[in-house]
Design a protein. Sequence first.
Length: 356
Amino acid sequence: MKIAILPGDGIGPEIVDQAVRVLNALDESFEMETAPVGGAGYEAHGHPLPDGTLQLAKDADAILFGAVGDWKYDTLERSLRPEQAILGLRKQLGLFANLRPAILYPELAGASSLKPEIVSGLDILIVRELTGDIYFGTPRGVREAPDGAFKGAREGFDTMRYAEPEIRRIAHVAFQTAQKRGKRLTSVDKANVLETFQFWKDIVTDVHKEYPDVALEHMYVDNAAMQLVRAPKKFDVIVTGNMFGDILSDAAAMLTGSIGMLPSASLDADNKGLYEPSHGSAPDIAGKGIANPLATILSAAMMLRYSLNRAEQADRIENAVKKVLAEGFRTVDIYEAGTTKVGTKQMGDAVVKALA
């Protein structure tokens, strides 16, 4: 089994190092190859997604990704900025289904931004469509406004669009995921305003006919955002488009105490995937040894489960993380009085020890 290791920028190399240590502590044999991506790719080869990195990602059975981005690259033209690497990987590899679990570990209930009685026991999964919507729609750009109240003025514009096959395939993923959980699915849209999402709602409703055992609810995105902070446990599986999923998954992250705890998987039609923490590159703390590696370690567990068919090893990693939290180890983002504050490597040490 070949794993492409793409650490990226900022804290990416630090947290990926700990996930690789955990993988190496398992009684498995993995072939791992590392390549630059994001700002590191630009520095090495003049492009955030160098040809060699893309080819490695295509050849691998799975990809473990850190994070990309740094303020020093903000002056580059958009096509050369680090963030284009992850967008390019999603598109080139057909990674259309993004799975983002939001689980609140009992030991972290006090770290959540909400009252414990509202979030205790939280376990939801957001299924985000990843290769369509306004992020990839064309035409886009800056032009002279052809009409409207400000005709003739400069305007920026993007296009929101979804084809029926795009909606159907993500809907099938969501319904099948819901079947394995609580058999409840909430489809989030903005059908009252956007034609694209009336179309989305119609297609999801049609796909629902194939899954009569799953209860389907439709919800507008503004209401969904409100319900996530009012009564988050009413959700089980949420399916939504690229932009809404981007926003809602980060909101859900904070319910768990820290975005540093949340893994994610981006899958193609054959369950080959790219696995990364839900947080960003955090260049302000890069090199300080204080970043939380648990989201990346849990992403490695998802990789074992979904792409490498090693569910037992995934369970081992997830149980090791639970044990470490139960023993009171905390990085600064989840630290509370009475617990033991540790750095990035020390948290990795604790997980490796717990595996044994």
